[in-house]
Ligand binder design. Structure first.
Ligand code: MLT
Length: 243
């Protein structure tokens, strides 16, 4: 089995196959996990707001979720705050979701045999599912408008390091080897990351600081809780459903 880590910038040059885990920890993939855990029936990711509006015109019962510069997008029902989405009345609903980077990373990763949604909130559940599928694994890190996002690479390093511990003879791509070594440098060899350490990174990375300025500090605390949910969102027929 092989594991690699990519950014969305690399996708035009890389053929994704096997199992892909997409991560936009702040906040799209954490929000998706939260909405499915809160009982949403399915989430349809789209890569621009106009497409979401158009889908709602055709299906008036659909809810729209997503952000513009962190705040709820104009004309949408829901924003992209996991704290708010956790309280929203979305049980049994179909949600169309459009965000600045995260849903674009998902759409850009379509084509592999399995596409899973990763976050700290469902860390172990996704790792377990990916190992059960038994295919090569690629973790796709979302970026923030073309710039590397620390929080997604931290997630990728933590997930890859745990997979590396559980699989004998795992073949590591260069970016994965680098990420695991960097994580060991941060934590010390073999140590598990704590929620407090994840929170520290979220509060000090550039998008985390931006979200704090916009009044979303509570989202960071929510998102930093590893394994709070057991749900594994998977793309099936264009929609993310929970398993
Ligand atoms: C994105 O997709 O760019 C993010 O999830 C933005 C956000 O923090 O809402």
């Amino acid at each position: 089995m092989k594991i690699s880590i990519h950014t969305i910038h690399e996708l035009p040059f890389v053929k994704l196959y096997g199992t892909v885990i997409v991560a936009d920890v702040l906040r799209a993939t954490s929000s998706i996990v939260t909405m499915l855990a809160s009982g949403a029936e399915k989430i349809i990711p789209v890569n621009h707001h106009g497409k979401a509006m158009q889908m709602r015109q055709q299906n008036p019962t659909y809810l729209l979720a997503g952000e513009e510069n962190g705040l709820k997008a104009k004309g949408f029902d829901l924003g992209n705050s996991p704290v708010e989405l956790d309280q929203a009345q979305i049980k049994g609903q179909t949600v169309v979701m459009s965000t600045t980077n995260g849903t674009k990373a998902i759409i850009g990763s379509v084509g592999a045999s399995h596409l899973l949604i990763g976050s700290f909130l469902n860390l172990d559940a996704v790792i377990g599912k990916a190992l059960q599928l038994g295919e090569d694994i690629a973790i796709v890190c979302s970026e923030k408008s073309g710039v590397m996002a620390y929080e997604d690479h931290l997630y990728a390093a933590v997930a890859a390091s745990q997979i590396n511990r559980r699989v004998c003879d795992l073949e590591l791509g260069d970016s994965t080897r680098w990420a695991i070594n960097a994580l060991h440098g941060l934590l010390g060899n073999g140590a598990e990351i704590s929620d407090q350490q994840v929170l520290h990174v979220l509060q000090n990375c550039s998008h985390g600081k931006h979200l704090i300025e916009r009044g979303f500090a509570a989202d960071l605390e929510f998102i930093a809780r590893s394994n709070y949910f057991q749900i594994v969102p998977e793309l099936r027929g264009g929609a993310l459903v929970g398993a």
